[in-house]
Design a binder for this molecule. Structure first.
Ligand SMILES: C[S@@+](CC[C@H](N)C(=O)[O-])C[C@H]1O[C@@H](n2cnc3c(N)ncnc32)[C@H](O)[C@@H]1O
Length: 196
């Protein structure tokens, strides 16, 4: 009985790996309060470094990763650049994983872990926001970014743009499955410029 269950888990894991690794990893534990808006897929570490460079993250920053997965972006910002961070994920398994990774890296005390729907997170004190979500989620999130973030806050997105909100800068990077884009926006002081 037990070995049958493990075989089913293994078969499902192999199917996910074959499909490209962006489905939720099968695991036991508390379920998310609702289905995540996008499946888990980590940003390659080399791209994380580029994201933090593009946002010019430094020791005075508070970096929010909205949908933080295993916490790698925030952990790198804290460990390598001396920032503080907030790791937000709707999936409790990801938060458990992030916290364990941060503890392993020795930076957990400089990171706040929030098992929340990112649309409900208070992001007002962010100085940098990192995203690897999806095109429609980015568009849905855009008004919240404009409403809650202070002028000059840097928003960096891997792969997906923000529709009519034109980036300040974009860069080509090598993703896990080929060339991808990174985008950087600065939140403007003039909120009347907000795209519809
Ligand atoms: C593509 S992964 C990116 C993970 C991480 N940011 C990275 O770049 O390595 C997207 C993450 O967003 C989380 N997520 C999806 N919808 C969410 C929501 N509404 N609120 C919070 N987290 C969400 C998923 O659980 C998943 O861990």
């Amino acid at each position: 009985m037990r070995s049958k269950r493990w075989l089913a888990v293994l078969a499902s894991a192999l199917a996910i790996a074959a499909a490209g690794g962006c489905e939720r990893t099968p695991a036991t534990g508390p379920a998310p309060s609702r289905a995540p808006d996008v499946h888990y897929e980590p940003t390659p570490h080399s791209v994380v470094t580029e994201m933090l460079k593009l946002a010019q993250v430094g020791a005075n920053d508070i970096v929010y990763d909205l949908g933080c997965g295993d916490g790698r972006i925030v952990i790198a910002a804290v460990k390598a650049l001396g920032a503080r961070g907030v790791c937000v994920d709707i999936d409790p398994l990801r938060i458990t994983e992030s916290r364990a990774n941060a503890q392993h890296a020795g930076v957990a005390e400089r990171i706040l872990f929030l098992n929340q729907d990112l649309f409900e997170t208070d992001i007002a004190d962010a100085t940098v926001v990192t995203l690897f979500l999806g095109p429609s989620v980015n568009l849905k999130l855009r008004p919240k970014l404009w409403r809650e973030l202070k002028p000059g806050v840097r928003v960096v997105s891997y792969v997906h743009d923000m529709g009519e909100w034109q980036p300040q800068e974009s860069r080509n990077v090598e993703g896990a499955r080929g060339p991808r884009k990174l985008f950087l926006w600065l939140v403007p002081a003039d909120r009347t410029l907000a795209p519809e």
